[in-house]
Design a protein around this ligand. Structure first.
Ligand code: PRP
Ligand code: URA
Length: 208
């Protein structure tokens, strides 16, 4: 399942992060808000239990989320989405996967992994602002494939059609849930998303 979010506030924040003149500080503020939208959308996919709640006036129906959530930011750029997700999922654990794409072969290699204990009822939300070739997300999904859990959700800010197709081809369209705030036109010859925003990790960390 692929969900592409649409909202005027989101469009304005996307414009900010795409703009080459945006400073790392402004970039972080805008991506923080975009992440909040992604987190709200992902919340729809969490199982909930119906519960009773006593208002000051009467008993009524309410709901409560069930199952544990694990956030899995892909280093480095995924770090930028953690803060907003934690504001909606304050009890979530955070695991880390360090993946670096080789800029010639476009193949990702894993340099760090530190995941919490994940149980069969748990939900894992992979956080990575960019899905370009899809190689990094496929690598993360391969890593998770040996760990039994209820559901994986992928939250991304900008995705390329080529990357989404690659993930669907590898893992099956119905098996994978992707929530993204933009589906851009295409990849260029260097594996960059067009129009995109450039190198997300560098823009977030001010390392351009
Ligand atoms: C970026 C981005 C994704 C990856 C996407 O990370 O954050 O993880 O590229 O590309 P793909 O879909 O073609 O795999 P990068 O490897 O540049 O590392 P960084 O976040 O440390 O800069
Ligand atoms: N990684 C990025 O940060 N940006 C792209 O456009 C592609 C991969």
């Amino acid at each position: 399942m692929l969900t592409v979010l649409q909202h005027p506030l989101l469009s304005c924040d996307l414009t900010t992060i795409r703009n080459v003149s945006t400073s790392p500080t402004e970039f972080r503020i805008a991506i923080d808000r975009i992440a909040l939208y992604l987190a709200v959308e992902c919340y729809k996919l969490l199982p909930t239990n119906e519960i009773q709640v006593q208002t000051p006036l009467e008993l009524t129906k309410g709901c409560k989320p069930i199952g544990r959530v694990h956030l899995l930011p892909i280093l480095r750029a995924g770090i930028s989405l953690v803060h907003s997700f934690l504001s909606l999922y304050p009890t979530a654990t955070i695991g880390y996967l360090g993946l670096k794409r080789n800029e010639d072969s476009l193949q990702p290699s894993e340099y760090y992994a530190n995941l919490p204990t994940i149980s069969p009822d748990d939900i894992v939300i992979i956080l990575d602002p960019m899905i370009a070739t899809g190689g990094s997300i496929c690598k993360a999904l391969e890593h998770l494939s040996t760990i039994t859990h209820h559901r994986t959700i992928i939250a991304s800010v900008i995705s390329a059609p080529e990357g989404i197709d690659a993930i669907h081809r590898r893992f099956g369209e119905n098996e994978i849930t992707i929530v993204t705030s933009a589906l851009d036109r295409e990849l260029n010859d260097h594996g960059y998303i067009m129009p995109g925003l450039g190198d997300a990790g560098d823009r977030i960390h001010g390392t351009l």
